[in-house]
Design a protein around this ligand. Structure first.
Ligand SMILES: *[C@@H]1O[C@H](CO)[C@@H](O)[C@H](O)[C@H]1NC(C)=O
Ligand SMILES: *[C@@H]1O[C@H](CO)[C@@H](O)[C@H](O)[C@H]1NC(C)=O
Ligand SMILES: *[C@@H]1O[C@H](CO)[C@@H](O)[C@H](O)[C@H]1NC(C)=O
Ligand SMILES: *[C@@H]1O[C@H](CO)[C@@H](O)[C@H](O)[C@H]1NC(C)=O
Ligand SMILES: *[C@@H]1O[C@H](CO)[C@@H](O)[C@H](O)[C@H]1NC(C)=O
Ligand SMILES: *[C@@H]1O[C@H](CO)[C@@H](O)[C@H](O)[C@H]1NC(C)=O
Length: 301
């Protein structure tokens, strides 16, 4: 009886001892885990953010015909990345097309894109380097601006993407572009803050910059971009001007993946506030490449 009691006592003491050491062990483990795991996570998060520089918007020249499902890869990324803003250029027929509204595939899909808060739609027009009859360009712009009225508010864009704008300065081209911008800014159909993008495809005469909200300063294959990366025009951009610049880079080699793609996205984000990068080397605005989703992920970091 007494033996049993002693044994019980000893085993109880042992139990207490082992419980205390277990608590101690757990505490030590907890501290080790905190020291080992949490700081790297925090550091990685901070490094990720700092590493990638300023956040830019994804700009998509969406020259994809909206056959059922064709815009799904875009809608998927828009929905998956609410913290990424998308500027999407709608182009029914080298402009709004000949009719007051584009066909039923467009009138079905445009409202879907419009329903996302992180999407700004722009209507495509082209100027043939300020040589196209300006009345026709103005008519295209007015057609887009009339979409809300004609479609009972189902269709609308929030500005225009002016393709083929000149690089070299001339007074008449300047007046031509300013005329189009003034028109876009004056029309109610684009909402409260009409946005105008110019696409000379390269760094234009700086006097043109003020005639648009944003300018595509590079539209080029990856190799061409790398060659130009060394030039003063691209690298010596005052950081205050980054928000007025867009970049479209195609024909990125398959070998530029993982950390290399990350490096490229970071580099382009450094020079442009609106960015599109694709590995496709043909019909690159008419399809989504294999690494489309990876590109958008990197724009979210
Ligand atoms: C919509 O797209 C499909 C697939 O390309 C096509 O067959 C159909 O005719 C289009 N509808 C309209 C109204 O154009
Ligand atoms: C995205 O758009 C929202 C709403 O217009 C704006 O507040 C935010 O600053 C934008 N973010 C980026 C990274 O452009
Ligand atoms: C430009 O287009 C308008 C409208 O179609 C037409 O009246 C005008 O004659 C054209 N101007 C030139 C120079 O072709
Ligand atoms: C813009 O262009 C149109 C068409 O040529 C012309 O009628 C109008 O006067 C121009 N506006 C300005 C402010 O130059
Ligand atoms: C920077 O932006 C300012 C204001 O729009 C403009 O006057 C200047 O020419 C721009 N500089 C370059 C290098 O684009
Ligand atoms: C591009 O230019 C930047 C700034 O000069 C430089 O840091 C970077 O290494 C260059 N990248 C390539 C791939 O040449």
């Amino acid at each position: 009886m007494s033996t049993t009691s002693v044994e019980k006592h000893v085993s109880k003491a042992g139990f207490l001892k082992s419980r205390r050491s277990r608590v101690l062990l757990a505490l030590v483990l907890f501290i080790i885990i905190c020291a080992a795991v949490i700081p790297p996570v925090v550091v990685t998060e901070l490094r990720k953010k700092n590493d990638m520089g300023p956040k830019s918007k994804v700009i998509v020249p969406l020259y994809v015909y909206p056959a059922p499902g064709a815009w799904a890869p875009l809608e998927k990324e828009i929905a998956a990345h609410p913290d990424v803003n998308f500027t999407v250029v709608i182009n029914p027929g080298s402009g709004p097309g000949p009719n007051a509204l584009p066909d039923a595939n467009y009138t079905r899909e445009i409202p879907v894109l419009r329903s996302y808060e992180n999407v700004r739609l722009l209507g495509y027009v082209h100027t043939s380097y300020a040589q196209r009859n300006i009345s026709l360009v103005r008519r295209d712009i007015e057609t887009y601006a009339a979409w809300p009225d004609v479609s009972s508010n189902k269709l609308a864009v929030r500005g225009i993407f002016v393709d083929e704008t000149p690089q070299r300065y001339s007074g008449s081209a300047f007046d031509y572009l300013q005329n189009l911008t003034d028109l876009a800014k004056s029309l109610d159909g684009f909402g409260p803050d009409p946005f105008v993008v110019h696409n000379p495809g390269t760094v234009p005469d700086s006097r043109y910059m003020a005639t648009a909200d944003s300018t595509v300063v590079v539209e080029a294959a990856y190799d061409t971009f790398l060659e130009r990366n060394g030039t003063r025009q691209l690298t010596e951009i005052p950081s205050s001007n980054r928000t007025q610049r867009a970049a479209l880079i195609h024909s990125v080699p398959d070998s530029v993946a993982g950390s290399k793609l990350r490096g490229l996205v970071k580099q382009v984000r450094g020079v442009a506030d609106e960015v599109f990068i694709t590995h496709l080397s043909e019909d690159y605005y008419a399809n989504f490449g294999d690494r489309w989703s990876e590109f958008v992920d990197l724009m979210d970091d």
